[in-house]
Write a protein that binds this ligand. Structure first.
Ligand SMILES: Nc1ncnc2c1ncn2[C@@H]1O[C@H](COP(=O)(O)OP(=O)(O)OP(=O)(O)O)[C@@H](O)[C@H]1O
Length: 266
């Protein structure tokens, strides 16, 4: 069953069509990937889904309801959270505080209650604290909860961003290049973490990633973009051997039938 659907989605920047009429249906509770060479339109596609950009044309539906024109913070409330290609943490806050900030959309008592230290607000803060700790345990950062976020190693910052996105309790989690800058050991751990999120929460996960090992190991469904258009979709085996995909990554001369496989792309 589909949770998120785009139809004839278009986004132009002046004369450049970054996303040019893409159709895709993301299945509920599965891991999907959006791949394609540099400049293919992947991040623009995420920015359209998360309300950062408004499409020039087309449909975006979450659970059958249009989210076109909905503001980014409202889209988070509706159930889509994300991480960014360039990590966006509150560097001067602690690890714990970063996750607690991610939970604010679910708070009832608000800042006045917290400042006046009203009993309901105190109770809520305790719950928030406990839930944030649980999420940090889940991503393996509980020992670093009082560290300033900017002091964390790169791989840990990426995991913290994931914890913060999870704090919003999304139905759909978008991960923009989660393995970027990670070493092979960190990438293997990340694969385990993403798999655990999907298994234990049933969440729909959509990732953009250049690391083909991660994409092929994790994804059941893959959307391939090139110059803003969909050139292929399907499971990992179908995509690996797809001539248009190989051509997009390696150039026309590389298309020599079955011999060329996508694993060679680093
Ligand atoms: N705000 C913008 N203004 C103008 N052009 C933009 C803007 N954002 C993206 N583009 C252009 O749109 C095209 C698609 O960019 P996008 O960042 O979506 O690609 P991508 O597939 O995410 O690339 P990468 O893998 O390098 O991150 C590129 O040609 C890019 O230069």
């Amino acid at each position: 069953m589909t949770i998120l659907k785009v139809n004839k989605l278009v986004k132009r920047f002046g004369g450049l069509t970054a996303v040019g009429g893409v159709d895709f249906a993301f299945p509920r509770g599965k891991i999907s990937a959006v791949i394609g060479p540099n400049g293919a339109g992947k991040t623009t596609f995420f920015n359209l889904i998360t309300g950062i950009y408004t499409p020039d044309e087309g449909v975006i539906e979450l659970d059958g309801t249009s989210i076109v024109g909905v503001k980014p913070h409202q889209i988070v409330s509706l159930g889509i959270a994300r991480t960014f290609q360039n990590i966006r943490l509150f560097g001067s806050m602690t690890v714990l505080e970063n996750v607690m900030v991610g939970m604010h959309i679910h708070l009832r008592t608000g800042i006045i209650g917290t400042l006046l230290s009203l009993p309901a607000a105190r109770h809520e803060e305790e719950l928030v604290h406990r839930e944030a700790y649980r999420l940090l345990e889940f991503v393996g950062l509980q020992a670093l909860l009082n560290e300033q976020a900017s002091n964390l190693p790169y791989g840990a910052q990426r995991r913290l961003e994931i914890a913060r996105a999870l704090a919003a309790k999304p139905k759909v989690l978008l991960l923009d290049e989660p393995a970027a800058g990670m070493n092979p050991r960190e990438t293997t751990e990340l694969i385990g973490l993403i798999r655990r999120i999907q298994k234990e929460t049933g969440m729909t996960i959509i990732l953009i990633e250049h690391d083909m090992k991660l994409v092929m190991e994790l994804s059941e469904h893959i959307l391939v973009l090139d110059y803003g258009t969909k050139i292929a979709e399907g499971g990992p085996d179908h995509i690996r051997a797809h001539p248009k995909v190989i051509e997009a990554y390696l150039g026309k001369s590389a298309v020599q039938g079955e011999a060329v496989r996508l694993e060679v792309i680093s």
